[in-house]
Every structure is written in C-alpha cells, then in structure tokens.
Design a protein around this ligand. Structure first.
Ligand SMILES: [Zn+2]
Length: 261
C-alpha cells in the first residue's frame, strides 16, 4: 500500500498501491504528486520496472502522481534506461485527462517520447486482459462523483483481488466484488465520526457502510483505504467499527504496509 489517505491527508500519501506477483508488477493510481517517488523507493520498486499502470479516475489525488511517473519514465527512456512500453489502463475520460495534462505540462520533446512509449488500453466495462500471470478485467464502479473504473485481478492460483478506486463497496458494485479474496475499497471515515468528516456530502461512505455490505458477499480480506488520517490509532479504531458488522478479515493499512496475498 503506497498511500492510504484521501485527498487532503497530511500524515499519509493519497491512496495508491502496487501488486507484485511472480510475473507482473502492477500499479494502481499514483496519488497526487511526486510523493509517488518516495513511496515507490520505500517499497523497493524502481520506475524502470513499471510497465502497467491502472488509473481509476481523473481526480487530482489519483492522476497527478501518474503524470510525475510518466515524466520520470520519459526521462529514463531518453537516457536509454527504460525499455519497452508503458501500458496505461484507464477509461476514456481518464485517458483523455492524462494525455492532455502531459501535453500541456511536458516539454514537447518529452511529450513526443511519451507518445512513443505509452500504450493506452481501455479500462471500460468488459475490457479484459491477460498480463503476465494475471487476468485483469475492468468495470464501472458506479461512482456518483466521476466516471470511475474498478478492476478484478485473478492470479494464477485462482485468488482474486478486487479494487474499487476511491469508491466504497456499494449496492452498485457489490456484484463485482462478490467472493473476492481481497477487496480494496474506500472508507472515508468511521460512521461514528460522520458529523466531523461529512463523508456523505462528498459522495463517500463510512467503515460501517462498507462492512455491512461486505458481510453479505463473502469477502476474504476487506482492505479499507482512501480515508481521513486524523483519527488516533486509526487502524484499531476502524477495525473495531468494521468488526461489529463484518466477520471476515479486516485490514486498515498504513502507508508502506505490505500485505501478503
Ligand atoms: Zn480520491
């Protein structure tokens, strides 16, 4: 888990994560800035080994870290240090935003190199790819905020990881998450703290909301991210609330935490 925070965290980086399997390194989102470099370094991931990046949606706290990463990769390519293509998985809206931000903010020579190495792959509902030893499919998470993609990754051993970007597990996407061994989704704050953090105004949901739905769909490990970061002992506090409604495993990671699948 490279970052676990929502949009304005001061004690954590914005929510983003990497998955490493024997045959694939997969990045989901980049957070909102060049803090992505520090989190990657701490996780032991080198930009030269990043070739598959899934960008869930076009909001600042998810997309700008990817822009920084692209800039770095272009730089590495110009020095002869980055080989192969950079595959970006995103829906139409997000692909467009990403391309235009790069066009407007990169040196022309950088943008030209980016166009040579970047391969945009649709992450719309029904898009489906075999990548390394993983099978990945995409779907719309039904966000009220923005057009946003979720993914389901099936590994060689049959285990599945479902990720919903910064969207919570809701009635609109629960069928996609059904039976997931690992479900990574947004939980903005505890239900108990809803008056402080006002999740519903932002179309976000609470730990309790997510836990209640997860209980009915046989999730193995419920991983809650994209939350506020001011609650003292947040992992324990969130787990305690989730446990009242969900009987499976609950993980409330902090930045840099490594989960074994
Ligand atoms: Zn977000």
């Amino acid at each position: 888990m490279l970052g676990t925070g929502s949009a304005f965290p001061t004690h954590s980086y914005n929510a983003c994560f990497a998955i490493r399997t024997p045959g694939l390194l997969w990045l989901t989102d980049g957070g909102g800035g060049n803090g992505i470099f520090r989190t990657l370094e701490q996780a032991g991931i080198m930009p030269t080994e990043i070739h598959h990046v899934f960008v869930t949606h076009s909001h600042t706290d998810h997309i700008f870290g990817v822009v920084w990463l692209m800039r770095k990769i272009v730089h590495l390519r110009m020095q002869g240090l980055y080989e192969g293509s950079l595959y970006i998985y995103a829906n139409q809206e997000t692909s467009h935003a990403l391309t235009e931000i790069c066009r407007l903010t990169f040196l022309e020579s950088y943008f030209n190199v980016l166009q040579e190495i970047m391969v945009l792959r649709p992450a719309d509902t029904g898009s489906h790819y075999q990548i390394g030893d993983a099978e990945v499919s995409f779907f719309d998470v039904g966000s009220e905020n923005v057009s946003q993609a979720g993914m389901k990754m099936r590994l060689d051993d049959g285990k599945t990881i479902v990720a919903l970007g910064d969207e919570a597990l809701t009635r609109l996407n629960m069928h996609e998450a059904k039976g997931a061994d690992v479900l990574i989704c947004g939980a903005f704050c505890r239900y108990a703290d809803r008056k402080i953090y006002k999740p519903y105004e932002k179309h976000h949901w609470t730990v309790r909301d997510v836990a209640e739905i997860a209980e009915g769909i046989n999730v193995g490990n419920l991983v809650l991210v994209h939350s506020e970061d001011r609650t003292p002992d947040k992992p324990d506090a969130y787990r305690a609330e989730a446990k009242e409604f969900f009987s499976g495993k609950i993980t409330v990671p902090v930045d840099g935490e490594r989960l074994q699948l």
